[in-house]
Design a protein around this ligand. Structure first.
Ligand SMILES: *Cc1c(COP(=O)(O)O)cnc(C)c1O
Length: 411
């Protein structure tokens, strides 16, 4: 009989979203008269249609593939240069960052990249992860065998957890403990927190002192409204020696269903061998891509490219403004209802302290039963999320206004 990967058996049950679904269904079955009244403010998925520029570019690209003269087969394994050049120009050079086009690797999204990147790292690394957190960073490391089993609280042996609390503004200080890999995500899902230049400079300093690498998830950079907040880890001097950045078109161009993202792997990022040699990771990452994949479909890459056209940029800005308008409405309403509110200013997530000492799940039930609003319990993102809940601004304006109205019942 074949052996299975026993690391998968260490994974905690995918509890959060199935449990939310179960409770919502139970409520709707028991209260069919109000079932259509329930508004979902839980999942982190976009709601608005694709920017027209991307739709038109994808149509045209599909048409090209249907004619002998313009047909294309396999593309470049890192993604087409036409898109990588646009990324270099608009996401990096425009901010004074010099990234080469061959340091960009296009993929089917950041979630995938979070898993793929572990291909080029050894099993010996100590991994530091924030709490609460986007669960993908944790689970991919568990699957790769980089942790021990989980304890009763769901924390895995071997992971250095970085508590994110109201006291540290949900931006952790570098720990005293050593880590080899540190996952950071700003603007943050689920807390909506952003890191300042000084915060990030401390992490780059930590990485230099510990010979660590920062795995920086910037999926929400387009939502930053304050001009002094960095959009990229590479805005911090020295980061090109110690950071890898993940970006996605999911939350900017509404590509959660289309699928496209990329990693930036600077050629100056190095890691060690067991016998103490220091080697660049870029050739390994390139080898990983050219061996295991052929990048993203041509029409999708043309769609992503169109997001950088003048029309595309304006349409992306329109989407971000729409969601951030919702965020403002929800944030103001939660404050008016007397709740303690974080995030929602540079991110499409509002992170709210539960009133009294209500647990995250008790608050979930109260919001569902009394307000008919579905939120995400903070405890689902890690033990430091207990006592909080997340509201997503990914919704129609109409729904955001209605949720804001209902929140006043909590006052
Ligand atoms: C949505 C999201 C992403 C993007 O994931 P894709 O796979 O590109 O859709 C990345 N990181 C975080 C924290 C997210 O919430």
């Amino acid at each position: 009989m074949a052996y299975l990967n026993e690391n998968y058996l260490k994974l905690q049950a995918g509890y959060l979203f199935p449990e939310i679904g179960r409770r919502v269904k139970e409520f709707c079955d028991a209260n069919p008269d109000v079932a259509s009244d329930v508004i979902r403010c839980g999942v982190g998925d976009v709601t608005e249609p694709l920017p027209r520029a991307a739709v038109d570019a994808m149509h045209a690209a599909v048409e090209e593939l249907g004619h002998r003269e313009t047909f294309r087969g396999y593309g470049h394994e890192q993604g087409y240069e036409f898109l990588r050049e646009k990324i270099v120009e608009h996401d990096y050079r425009s901010r004074g960052i010099e990234i080469a086009a061959d340091e960009i690797f296009l993929s089917d999204g950041s979630k995938s990249d979070c898993g793929y990147i572990l291909d080029v790292f050894g099993d010996q690394n100590t991994v530091a992860i924030t709490d609460p957190v986007y669960p993908v960073y944790v689970d991919t490391n568990v699957m790769a065998g980089h942790t021990g089993p989980a304890n009763a609280n769901g924390a895995y042996d071997g992971i250095v957890y970085l508590p994110c609390t109201a006291e540290n503004n949900f931006v952790p200080e570098p720990p005293a403990a050593h880590a080899d890999l540190v996952y950071l995500c700003f603007p943050n899902n689920p807390t909506g927190a952003v890191a300042t230049r000084e915060d990030l400079a401390r992490w780059v300093e930590y990485a230099r002192q510990h010979n660590a690498l920062l795995l920086y998830d910037a999926a929400y950079e387009a939502y930053i409204s304050e001009p002094e907040i960095p959009h990229s880890i590479f805005e911090i001097p020295g980061a090109q020696e110690c950071a890898i950045e993940f970006r996605s078109f999911s939350k900017t161009g509404g590509f959660t269903g289309v699928r496209c993202g990329f990693t930036v792997m600077p050629k100056s990022v190095r890691a060690r061998t067991e016998d103490g040699r220091s080697l660049p990771l870029h050739p390994l990452w390139h080898r990983r891509w050219s061996t295991k994949a052929n990048s993203v479909s041509y029409p999708v890459q043309r769609g992503a490219e169109a997001l950088y056209s003048d029309a595309g940029k304006a349409q992306v800005r329109g989407l971000v403004e729409h969601y951030m308008g919702n965020a403002r409405i929800l944030r103001d309403a939660a404050i008016a209802a007397g709740l303690q509110v974080f995030g929602g200013a540079n991110a499409p997530y509002i992170w709210v302290k539960t009133p009294g000492d209500l647990s995250s799940w008790a608050m979930f039930d109260r919001m569902l039963h009394e307000l008919h609003v579905v939120i995400t319990p903070g405890s689902g993102f890690g033990s430091c999320g207990e006592g909080y809940f997340r509201m997503s601004a990914f919704n129609s304006r109409e729904n955001a206004i209605e949720v804001a109205r209902r929140l006043q019942k909590l006052a």
